[in-house]
Design a protein around this ligand. Structure first.
Ligand code: NDP
Ligand code: MG
Length: 382
């Protein structure tokens, strides 16, 4: 494998930092071109001093001076502000861009990278949910491969290698999050500390709350729709609390292929970086010498209403998934700031989806406008 230069958008986050762990495991195969952070200047500086990228971006301009003073003496270029992200994402010195930003903020840099024909390892699912048509069209036109990092989509991607035939169904597995067994009437008293405690995965705050409401799985249904071009009714969610089977594909002959592994994001991240090759990953295998209990059952879409809303958004199409995503981002942020109860998150999303102006075939400007309008509507409800 030829050595790849990797740009990591969002290197200080959970996925970004684990991408650096993978790069550290294979210094002969990967090196870092660009690292970016929003405001965590200290970690960005630490990462840059260790991995010596060509450049870094800190989008919070107030932190520029600190980062520049620390890194300029080491001949690392330092840029600040949101505008720097799309410019740097398109640099031709990188072979691959890892999109590990959180939320709609990832859209512009992702489009810039794809427009420049960059191969993309995509973790930032909100971008695909909000702008799936635009992203896939751009990727296709520019022949830029989009390789999933999300564990479920990586599992499906791995199951589809060597399978040119028709797919009958995709089964996206879901841990069910911390409230799988919590009674619906107890949702009213759920606290931030409870919601931030995921049983199987350690992740950034936003995706952890999305997992607790199961909006994460809803976003992933839409993500799968765009990544694999499968009709919504063929994408099923299956609760699998052990998080060992990362997802499954059923073919037209009834055969089901699954990808299994420990719940560790380094595996899908590494596969996205090294595809089509596999590389070694220490301590990653399953131990079958002890009994392994794997359960699968249907989700409760009444208790986890966000999941039903995501299917509805996908069926309505147009700019509705974008509005749903924006409302969810605002609702989750409000919950994390103690301004909204956990049980009210789905209501804010549902009301915003009904109130937003519908656009059947949104372009980039329409999506920006929808995102802003939906955020305003959601804020008013909150
Ligand atoms: P984190 O919150 O841990 O990290 C987000 C990264 O983006 C950080 O580097 C952060 O910088 C940066 N960032 C945040 N806001 C902005 C902004 N407005 N402009 C520019 N940069 C910004 O998120 P995760 O790593 O958990 O998740 C990243 C994406 O991957 C999400 O879309 C998530 O759904 C998806 N994902 C995550 C998984 C996981 O295990 N964590 C699993 C599967 C998917 P700073 O640190 O300075 O704030
Ligand atoms: Mg996932």
């Amino acid at each position: 494998m030829k050595k790849k230069r990797i740009s990591i958008l969002g290197s200080t986050g959970s996925i970004g930092a684990q991408t650096l762990e993978v790069i550290k495991l294979h210094p002969d195969l990967f090196e870092v071109e660009v690292l970016t952070a929003h405001s965590n200047a200290d970690l960005l500086i630490e990462q840059a001093l260790e991995f010596h990228p060509n450049a870094v971006v800190i989008t919070n301009e107030e932190k520029y001076k600190k980062v520049a003073e620390a890194l300029t003496p080491h001949f690392i270029k330092v840029y600040a502000g949101e505008k720097a992200l799309p410019e740097i994402a398109a640099w031709d010195t990188a072979d691959m861009v890892v999109s590990a930003l959180v939320g709609f903020a990832g859209l512009r840099p992702a489009l810039a990278a794809l427009n420049a024909g960059k191969a993309m390892a995509l973790a930032n699912k909100e971008t695909l949910v909000a702008a799936g048509s635009l992203i896939t069209k751009t990727a296709m036109e520019k022949k830029a491969p989009v390789i999933p990092v999300d564990s479920e989509h990586s599992a499906i991607f791995q199951c589809l290698v060597g399978e040119p035939g028709e797919i009958e169904k995709l089964y996206l597995t879901a841990s069910g999050g911390p409230f799988l067994h919590t009674a619906a009437e107890d949702f009213a008293t759920i606290t931030k500390a409870q919601a931030l405690k995921h049983p199987n995965w350690t992740m950034g705050a936003k995706v952890t709350i999305d997992s607790a409401t199961m909006m994460n799985k809803g976003l992933e249904v839409i993500e799968a729709y765009w990544l694999f071009g499968i009709a919504a009714e063929k994408i099923k969610v299956v609760v699998h609390p052990q998080s060992i089977v990362h997802s499954m594909v059923q073919f037209i002959d009834g055969s089901v292929k699954a990808q299994l592994g420990l719940p560790d994001m380094k595996l899908p991240i590494q596969y996205a970086l090294s595809f089509p090759q596999r590389l070694s990953l220490p301590n990653a295998g399953l131990d079958f010498s002890n009994p392994l209990h794997l359960e699968f059952f249907s989700p409760d879409v009444e208790k986890f209403h966000c999941l039903a809303l995501a299917y509805e958004a996908l069926l309505r199409g147009g700019n509705i998934p974008c509005a749903m995503n924006a409302a969810n981002e605002i609702a989750v942020a409000a919950f994390l700031e103690d301004k909204l109860a956990f049980a009210h998150i789905p209501g804010v999303v549902e009301k915003t989806m009904s109130a937003v102006s519908f656009i059947i075939d949104p372009d980039y400007e329409n999506l920006i406008a929808t995102h802003t309008e939906a955020q305003q509507i959601a804020s008013t409800y909150i």
